[in-house]
Write a protein that binds this ligand. Structure first.
Ligand code: 2P0
Length: 342
């Protein structure tokens, strides 16, 4: 008999970023972080896990391509799930033992560019861990297990507004995510994602964080300042205070990217287009004489923008005007050249 489970998990966007680890092996963060999980039907990973004692070995496919199952992070997740399954009391010892002997086939796909700084590993590992949790009938919170796959994945296990507490214990058992408000808390909040570049990022987050931890003086100051920012943004989320939420979000993104530039050799994820988006947001806010749009950038050039439902149409109009899609852009340039020539 083959047992099969399919789950999906959405991407989360950090508003207080995780950048730097205090323990590389356990994936413990140097600072706590805060994020917003997108809706299930938007950017998401979908994973099917099939289990059977007829399978010869564990296997994994990502977006249709078979990957090496011996990837240490995938192995960490599977090992931790099985350890929890072994520990958990079940109705029947025979059933538990049978489950632990299954071989598994994992098939995962994203509906958005993988590794372009759009938190694909977060959604992917959250999804895998949740599917395995269902398969092995585990109880309790599995965000700490998702963290063993990819740090930020622990936040995608929960919906709505989420804090990942860095924890105090050396074994990482209290480094897990918790929901601070459900997605229904702020129904008017919207996220726009402007895909600047779909290419795989030049410096992966894991590697980037390592070098920043080792060389950036500014990161030390950032780590000291994070607890206050988390307290303030948590309050802003509770109060649905967009202005405070937006300003802390933008400043935190700028600070993370400043730490990347302070890294030696420097890491630069933003491109000229990213910087033009930043400029557009500040011009828009200045023109409106209030903070109505916020940007944040992860380890890539793509922009995540937060705004309220009432401002989406106006802002999108501007985005289309200044960043027309490629073909339109060419038409736009051609049109303007023609005007100039006439
Ligand atoms: C975040 N990022 O808080 C930050 C902001 C990217 C920039 O978490 O090494 O893929 O697997 O724990 O989780 C990306 O880091 O890194 C990330 P690992 P991960 O969302």
């Amino acid at each position: 008999m083959t047992h099969c489970i399919t789950c999906s998990a959405p991407v989360n966007i950090a508003v207080i970023k995780y950048w730097g680890k205090s323990d590389e092996a356990l994936l413990l963060p140097a600072n706590s972080s805060v994020s917003v999980t997108l809706h299930q039907d938007q950017l998401q990973a979908q994973t099917t896990v099939a289990a059977s004692h007829h399978f010869e070995k564990d296997r994994i496919w990502l977006n249709g391509q078979e990957q090496c199952i011996n990837n240490p992070r995938i192995q960490n997740v599977i090992r931790e799930i099985k350890r929890r399954a072994r520990k958990q009391k079940t109705d029947s010892r025979d059933i538990a033992a049978e489950r632990l002997n299954w071989k598994i086939h994992i098939c995962s796909k994203n509906n958005f560019p993988t590794a372009a700084g759009l938190a694909s590993s977060a959604a992917g590992y959250a999804c895998l861990v949740y599917a395995l949790k269902c398969l092995y009938k585990l109880e309790g919170d599995v965000s700490a297990i998702a963290r063993c796959g990819s740090g930020s994945a622990c936040r995608s296990v929960h919906g709505g507004f989420v804090v990942w507490d860095k924890g105090q214990r050396l074994d990482g058992s209290d480094s897990m995510a918790r929901q601070i408000q459900p997605h229904t808390h702020w129904p008017d909040l919207r996220v726009l994602i402007l895909v600047v570049n779909e290419q795989k990022k030049h410096t992966g987050s894991t590697e980037g964080m390592q070098v920043t931890m080792a060389t950036s003086q500014l990161l030390k100051e950032r780590i000291r300042s994070v607890p206050d920012k988390i307290e303030q943004i948590t309050q802003a989320i509770h109060d649905r205070d967009f202005k405070t939420f937006a300003e802390i979000t933008m400043k935190d993104s700028n600070q993370m990217h400043a730490c990347c530039l302070d890294t030696y050799p420097p890491i630069s994820y933003l491109t000229d287009v990213s910087r033009r988006i930043i400029h557009l947001v500040h011009c828009f806010n200045k023109h409106r004489q209030e903070t109505t749009v916020a940007y944040t950038f992860d380890a890539g050039p793509n922009a995540c923008l937060f705004l309220l439902k009432k401002d989406v149409k106006k802002f999108l109009h501007l985005v289309k005007r200044f960043f027309p899609p490629k073909t339109e852009e060419q038409d736009f340039i051609r049109g303007n050249t023609k005007q100039l020539m006439e």
